[in-house]
Ligand binder design. Sequence first.
Ligand code: ATP
Length: 306
Amino acid sequence: MSEAVVEVKNLAKTYGNVKAVDGISLSVARGEVFGMLGPNGAGKTTTVEIIEGLRKADSGTVRLLGMDVSRDIHALKERMGVQSQHPALYPNLTVEEIVNFFRTLYRTSLPASEIIKLATLEESRKILYRNLSGGQQQRLSVALAFVNDPDVLFLDEPTTGLDPQARRAMWEVVENFHRIGKTVLLTTHYMEEAQRLCDRVAIMDHGQVIALDSPRRMIEQHIKESAIQFKMTNYPGQEVLTGLTGVTKAVKEGDEIILYTNNIPPAISALLELASARSAELSELFVRQATLEDVFLKLTGKRIRD
Ligand code: ATP
């Protein structure tokens, strides 16, 4: 078993009546990309910020790189990369000035040009932060986490607000960091992101970890079936859909219906027959493999994103 970079035991944090973190235990091995996946308010940010030493837990313990975050924060600061949520504190500095400011916060740092390249902001190095687009600001905030060439990187929703192309570019940045053996703890509410980047994922809901495994094992363990997804007028009700040949489970989420099945052809035939008998119209019908979204839906009865 590799050495744990993050070791969290029985972590809890309450705000008023809200149990933001409700007894979380997890460990992240050296060289692992570990994801915390869950809807807004699940407690991801609170957990990560406790691990980073930015917030204090009510109870529980956190070891980071073998050290105590509350005691050894100065030594740890040099070795962890934290995605700044608020480089907007400096709206009137240029990209280059912000990068250089962040470089002064650490004993060792990467060259400014390297950070600017990670953010793909070479053309915008002289632009004021406030004049960058939302996506550019986001890319800068992620790239700044690399400024001290950290051993462990914390990314909080690194691709929220990015267009698909920028999102894929960001995934490559994380994958390159992973490839050289570094450790990443990231939060996301994009299941594609968790599935693509993470060696292991903790699915969170209401301050708790409700499943923890590699994306593939998690899907295999919870969902043996494929999914037939579609929209349908004249909804026949869950009972009728579950009764169709080959269908093991039917779920309706908004106007989308998902049938889970081990045998796709008879299930589709039965669905088409049903639609025809009820003069119901089917649209946006497709068949897909199960995803982490299906695991989340199965465990909580709701989608990660509305
Ligand atoms: P998001 O994706 O929205 O950031 P999250 O999974 O990161 O969601 P948290 O931000 O950790 O969730 O919030 C967990 C719960 O704790 C939420 O109900 C939130 O409103 C509450 N909470 C978090 N921080 C505070 C705070 N400083 N004061 C009061 N309540 C808080």
